[in-house]
Ligand binder design. Structure first.
Ligand SMILES: O=P(O)(O)OC[C@H]1O[C@@H](O)[C@H](O)[C@@H](O)[C@@H]1O
Length: 291
């Protein structure tokens, strides 16, 4: 994989770096500080999704229905196209269609009929990502899941994520007899991550005051002593909170201490779009005051 990087600079000094591999945001700095976590051991040779930043999960979340297909889909491990950015640009659009690699994964069947666009936009204190999915088929509908796998740089044992109270969530760390995540109800507004956590909060968007239903966004926050990042999503009804509390092959030692994944997505059930239809889901991450 080439080490090509798309870099956007905001007049305020904030920056974002995006790898065409996976359209992965691998750095976001405001006020000179890195806001995302990327493992020191992240693989950057194109053989594995990057451990950190903002990988794009599409068109399924978790394990695939066919064994040869990768966990969390192929978008995070495909090379996306983009038009070169010019000085002063604070936004870039990356696109992905079924590449030869994706087609080879599906053989002898064919990949789904999609055209993806990811629009990344940088502000002084915020970063927005919007995923647009167009069904390119003339006759077939298309069902998919999608998620922004945000690795937010923060001391995991001190963070609080809210509002997530009184929602049903699916605890993937404890499986039921039929190997499904255990459904639970969270009885407090805030969630702390003090141990291995892998929770899928369904219809979290309903928590928003005045929200009309699960199609609205989740307006939440990750806070810790001395810092916070707000997460405002649109058309993404679920939230995943994850930290392994353990080292991984591409994240050695105690690096897990330095992040929490707070991931807006549509991962319980599927989005279904008709031939020619386009769907969009987005998020805005904003750094709290005085950081
Ligand atoms: O190791 P991966 O494929 O990047 O996935 C990391 C984690 O991603 C989370 O979104 C999932 O809920 C977890 O189950 C998973 O372990």
């Amino acid at each position: 994989m080439s080490s090509e990087l798309i870099v956007l600079h905001h007049p305020s000094g904030s920056t974002v770096d995006i790898l065409p591999y996976g359209a992965t945001v691998v750095s976001w700095k405001t006020a000179g500080q890195e806001r995302l976590f990327v493992s020191k051991d992240a693989i950057r040779d194109g053989s594995k999704p990057v451990r950190g930043g903002i990988p794009i999960v599409f068109p399924w979340f978790g394990a695939a229905s066919q064994p040869q297909l990768p966990q969390h889909g192929f978008a995070r491990s495909s090379v996306w196209s983009y038009a070169p950015v010019k000085d002063g640009d604070v936004s870039v659009t990356l696109t992905l269609e079924p590449t030869e690699l994706i087609q080879s994964l599906y053989k002898p069947s064919t990949p789904p009929p999609f055209h993806l666009s990811l629009v990344v936009t940088l502000g002084e204190f915020d970063l927005s990502t919007e995923l647009q999915v167009r069904n390119t088929s003339a006759s077939e509908s298309f069902e998919f899941q999608g998620l922004f796998h945000n690795y937010i740089r923060a001391p995991v044992d001190q963070i609080r994520v809210s509002p997530l109270g009184y929602l049903t969530y699916f605890d993937k760390t404890v499986l039921t007899e039929d190997k499904q995540p255990t459904p639970r109800i969270h009885d407090q507004d805030e969630v702390q991550v003090k141990k291995f956590t892998d929770s899928v909060y369904e219809n979290a968007a309903k928590v928003k005051e005045g929200a009309q239903g699960p199609q609205d966004g989740w307006h939440g926050k990750v806070t810790w002593p001395g810092g916070s990042i707000s997460v405002d999503s649109a058309n993404l009804k679920d939230i995943v909170v994850w930290n392994p509390y353990a080292e991984l092959g591409d994240m050695k030692g105690e690096q897990w201490r330095d992040f929490v994944c707070c991931e807006p997505g549509h991962v319980r059930g599927f989005v279904k779009i008709a031939p020619g239809e386009t769907w969009a889901g987005s998020q805005k991450l904003t750094v709290g005051n005085a950081q």
